[in-house]
Design a protein around this ligand. Structure first.
Ligand code: WT7
Length: 653
């Protein structure tokens, strides 16, 4: 670490806005932010009406905001008619038909594609017509199981165009996980590819989809993008190739956008929670679009000449909001990258930034840590002079990583926006605004206009400054999820019950005396592994479904690159021998049941799990043990305290 960083890290951890940046920024000063914020909170409806009016509406809404607190039912812009794809495409054609919408960089360096807004419009219309031909109608569910290729964007926009609801499933999820999601939302059509590239390997995605579909009668058609050289089996009437479909003579270049209601669902996206299977988070059209449109413009300070790159996958909310709907509704040029930060070499990110003169770069702390490990040299190999703004998302970023990003990647010229949000929130809620905010490494800054966070104590009262508590949000904002698909009761229980009238985020946080928020991680049974959200209940049930296993408990432990990783405590059935080969078998089993990202890093076989007398597993104790602590506090409530001693002896280093 050089001098500048160490002086920064020794207390003076404040970085004022950079004058030349602020000058042309959308929000230019702390003062301007304060006044916008005050206004947005005293009359939120007026604020959002103004912002939503910047979109294209077929018909204006009748009622800006309606909220039935008791039922946790709310709406924004009810009665308005709007189409998300039209706002991302048609609206830009007059001025920006020839502007690049998507630059696609494949995993292999030579593979590059560019689509202008005119081309993206045409491709989307044609594919929307294919969907119609296959019988997809407004309100139908379409599953997208694709790698990071332009067809993923086209498929999502085509669904939006005809009022179908997309459900994107991360292509790193297994067949089992895909099947669960397809069945839960009864998807009618699946879009996938023959294979996908992962660190030079051709992964058989279509084969995995075929296995998933063995148990799904709801899927009538499968459309397959040819992408790798994977040999696949096509099933008679059900399967067809994307390229054959879109190039068919009967498919027209124009598809009029459906006039959807503002509150018609735009998509569902599954995410893990505290209990049971992943929930289908449902987002609607008008409010969501208004929210991601404005947050993208202000937080990433979008200007016409920017080349914006978000490294997230389309399978997560970040991909939905800040690769597709936010940027495209602003006519941004986005970069889409199929590969990973360290393949074929550890300078891959920097190589791409230099190659395409990326100006705004948005990634996850885990990715920064993965490359920072190799030091400055791979970064310095490249000219990153085009960069002007950096962002992070997905987990708390520790000040050391923040400073490395600021100093080495951003050359101390680029503000960093540490953006806090969730699948449920639709868009970013807490963040610096790059031209206005004083940055503090490790803090996500202040609330975005229109958002009222509060930190509550156990008793539901707001805690004092610098005191940790439960992060909640006071009122629904336009981008907030509307319900859990098919289970509104779950929506109420998971988010609105614990603190009545507040949205409960599941995160711990504290607010400092200057009003900046410091996120402290999840306080429920969700674990963030490499920024991915893993539900312990899900992984536990995957492990327990293995024939050798009696019981399992999953807890997090700190991991240098991943942030957190999974530690599994497992009891086996009588007579089963817990050796290394069984550990490997269990890891493979979890990979098949859920996906590679859910594989535990450590597995310890134990005689018994620590339980209360009523039989509840004490995960709190296991968590401390997994962190390497020997003193776990009061264990007198345990049915058998000696279990803890036994476990300590076998803790994995
Ligand atoms: C959880 C939501 C939001 C897009 C990606 C993740 C954690 C997210 C930050 C941040 C500290 C963060 C929280 C949150 N998180 N961003 N900037 N600082 N923590 O979406 O998969 O729904 O996960 O990610 O714990 O609850 P998600």
């Amino acid at each position: 670490m050089n001098d500048a960083i160490s002086s920064l890290s020794k207390g003076k951890r404040k970085i004022r806005p950079i004058a030349i940046f602020s000058k042309r920024a959308h929000v230019k000063s702390e003062k301007e932010y304060n006044s916008i914020y005050q206004r947005s909170i005293s009359s939120p409806e007026k604020f959002w009406e103004e912002k939503a009016s910047e979109l294209h509406w077929f018909r204006k809404w009748k009622r800006t905001f309606k909220w039935d607190k008791r039922k946790a039912v709310f709406s924004w812009f009810d009665g308005g008619k709007i189409n998300a794809s039209c706002n991302c495409l048609d609206r830009h054609l007059e001025k920006n038909a020839d502007k690049t919408a998507i630059i696609w960089q494949g995993e292999s360096e030579e593979q590059v594609r560019r689509l202008t807004y005119g081309e993206l419009y045409r491709e989307t219309c044609r594919f929307a017509n294919v969907l119609k031909k296959k019988g997809v109608r407004k309100g139908n569910m379409v599953c997208v199981y694709l790698p990071m290729i332009p067809e993923a964007a086209i498929a999502m926009l085509a669904c939006a165009r005809i009022g179908a609801i997309h459900s994107v499933v991360f292509a790193g999820f297994s067949s089992e996980a895909l099947r669960d999601r397809i069945l839960d939302s009864k998807c009618k059509l699946l879009i996938t590819s023959d294979g996908l590239w992962r660190a030079g390997k051709d992964v058989p995605l279509k084969d995995m989809a075929d296995i998933a579909l063995e148990g799904c009668n709801c899927i009538k058609h499968v459309i397959v993008v040819k992408h790798t050289s994977q040999k696949i089996k096509m099933k008679g009437k059900r399967d067809s190739y994307w390229h054959d479909e879109v190039s068919s003579r009967s498919i027209k270049d124009i598809c009029n956008p459906a006039e959807n209601d503002a509150e018609d669902p735009l998509f569902i996206l599954y995410t893990s929670g505290t209990t049971g299977k992943p929930k289908g988070v449902l987002h609607t059209t008008g409010g969501y679009l208004a929210y991601v449109n404005l947050t993208f413009r202000w937080i990433f300070d979008h200007h016409d000449t920017d080349v914006y790159w978000c490294t997230a996958d389309i399978g997560w909310i970040t991909g939905h909001s800040y690769i597709i709907y936010g940027p495209l509704s602003n006519a941004a040029t986005i970069l889409m990258f199929e590969g990973t930060p360290t393949f074929p070499d550890v300078d891959r990110f920097w190589k791409i930034i230099e190659k395409f003169k990326v100006t705004v770069f948005y990634t996850a702390p885990t990715a920064i840590r993965a490359v920072a490990k190799f030091g400055e040299e791979p970064v310095k190999r490249h000219n990153l002079g085009s960069l002007r703004l950096l962002g992070t998302v997905g987990e708390p970023i520790n000040p050391k990583t923040w400073l490395w990003y600021y100093e080495v990647v951003g050359d101390r010229r680029c503000p960093i926006v540490d953006t806090w949000w969730q699948t449920e929130t639709g868009g970013i809620l807490i963040t610096p605004l790059p031209g206005a905010s004083t940055l503090k490494p490790g803090s996500a800054g202040k609330p975005f206009p229109g958002i009222e966070p509060v930190v509550l104590g156990e008793d539901g009262k707001e805690v004092k400054a610098d005191t940790g508590g439960y992060l909640c949000i006071r009122k629904p904002w336009p981008g907030m999820m509307r319900t859990v698909y098919g289970d509104h009761q779950k929506f109420i229980e998971a988010y609105w019950k614990r603190f009545r009238g507040f949205y409960f985020t599941g995160d711990g946080a504290k607010k400092d005396a200057e009003g900046d928020y410091w996120l402290m991680g999840r306080i429920d049974d969700v674990i963030k592994v490499s920024g991915h959200r893993i539900g312990t209940a899900e992984v536990e049930s995957a492990i327990v479904s293995h024939e050798a296993v009696a019981e399992a408990a999953i807890v997090p432990f700190p991991h240098e690159i991943k942030g957190q990783a999974l530690y599994a405590f497992v009891t086996l059935k009588k007579g089963v021998n817990g050796d290394n080969s069984l550990k490997e078998a269990l890891r493979a089993h979890v990979g098949r049941e859920t996906g590679p990202i859910a594989k535990p890093d450590k597995i310890q076989f134990v005689e018994a799990l620590p339980k209360t007398r009523s039989g509840k597993i004490m995960r709190r104790i296991l968590r401390l043990l997994a962190e390497g602590k020997k003193d776990v506090g009061n264990i007198t409530t345990l049915a058998d305290p000696s279990v803890v001693e036994e476990i300590i002896k076998g803790i994995e280093k």
